[in-house]
Design a protein around this ligand. Structure first.
Ligand SMILES: Cc1ncc(COP(=O)(O)O)c(C=O)c1O
Length: 323
């Protein structure tokens, strides 16, 4: 980026980035909108398509911003709890339709469990719902390529699907604030022309985002390393007695058994030892820890500290023998 380019306003709709993202995903440029992080796309979706007072559907637990955005829009949030295996319950669409939800958020892979909903199920859900379905694919880059998962073709068959992508997770560029949406032109156009700030992504961001997507083969090596480490961490956690559902994301959601102490206590003890994991003080997440997959060294460090903390919490340091 030259000094002269910085003196001028950026390309207003990031056309270079749009064209590149469109060609990568096999869609038209008018089916892509560039945003200031995925968060801006979520906000634009709500403020463009949901009138104040109209409902927003949320599968819980999930990304906390969904409900914040609903509140800001003065929209009641219709909350449907996920099933025990983190799948979408069969009657969710009916509940959302009965509440006349105008927009429904679906996180895929789900956060914080990492569960992946297959495209056929997303397609069925989109077909049943009277709402715009925002498929939040913030973590999709970590999905095992052997699964052949690609939700983008949904936008050609379903006028009510908007897919969120971000460079924050898979490209480790959270500081850049760059995300994008993919959807039917009829969904993208009102956000581009009505609700978006005129210059929502700067010239530096646009250039770096193009460079990031152009070198996605390099990023893909990291995704593969995360998947390898995810498998190793999952097995090691199971050996320690901490079960995790299969994850297609860059984190695992570990259940802390009673004999190993309270999840919150374990989280604090790990933090005291310089290891950061996440505890959510809500409902079915209270006995769980979200553990981000790091480098092999991070994994070894985490496992070592976890063993120490569990041993301190339970003097026997192992699951009690069945009596
Ligand atoms: C599920 C989910 N969606 C979207 C985002 C938004 O990310 P960003 O605004 O950095 O692109 C996040 C960030 O944590 C997330 O966890």
């Amino acid at each position: 980026v030259t000094a002269e380019q910085l003196q001028h306003y950026p390309p207003p709709i990031a056309d270079g980035f749009r064209a590149l993202a469109a060609s990568i995903h096999g869609v038209e440029a008018q089916q892509v909108i560039a945003t200031n992080g995925g968060d801006e796309l979520l906000r634009l979706a709500v403020s463009t398509f949901v009138e104040p007072g109209q409902a927003v559907g949320v599968l819980e637990p999930s990304y906390s911003l969904y409900r914040v955005l609903a509140d800001l829009n003065q929209s009641p949030a219709v909350r449907v709890p996920l099933a025990e295996d983190w799948s979408c319950p069969a009657d969710a669409a009916r509940t959302f339709n009965e509440a006349r939800a105008k927009l429904v958020f679906v996180t895929n892979p789900h956060a914080p469990s990492g569960r992946l909903t297959p495209v056929v199920q997303l397609s069925a859900l989109a077909g049943e719902l009277d709402a715009l379905v925002v498929v939040d694919e913030a973590y999709v880059d970590f999905v095992d390529p052997d699964l052949g998962h690609d939700a983008v073709p949904l936008v050609s068959n379903h006028e009510n699907v908007l897919i969120l992508r971000t460079l924050s997770k898979g490209y480790s560029l959270a500081g850049l604030r760059f995300g994008y949406g993919i959807g039917a032109p009829g969904i993208i156009e009102p956000m581009l022309t009505k609700t978006r700030d005129s210059y929502n992504v700067g010239v530096v961001g646009q250039r770096l985002a193009v460079a990031a997507l152009e070198s996605r083969d390099r990023a893909a090596q990291t995704w593969e390393a995360v998947r390898r480490e995810r498998t190793r961490l999952r097995e090691a956690l199971a050996q320690l007695g901490l079960d995790t559902p299969p994850s297609q994301s860059n984190f695992l959601l570990a259940t802390v058994p009673d004999w190993a102490g309270h999840a919150r206590t374990l989280c604090d003890a790990l933090e005291d030892r310089g290891v950061l994991v996440r505890h959510f003080d809500q409902g079915c997440l209270r006995d769980k820890l979200r553990i981000t997959v790091g480098t092999p060294t991070d994994t070894d460090r985490l496992l070592g500290e976890l063993k120490t903390c569990i041993a301190a919490a339970s003097p026997i340091g192992a699951p009690p023998e069945p009596s």
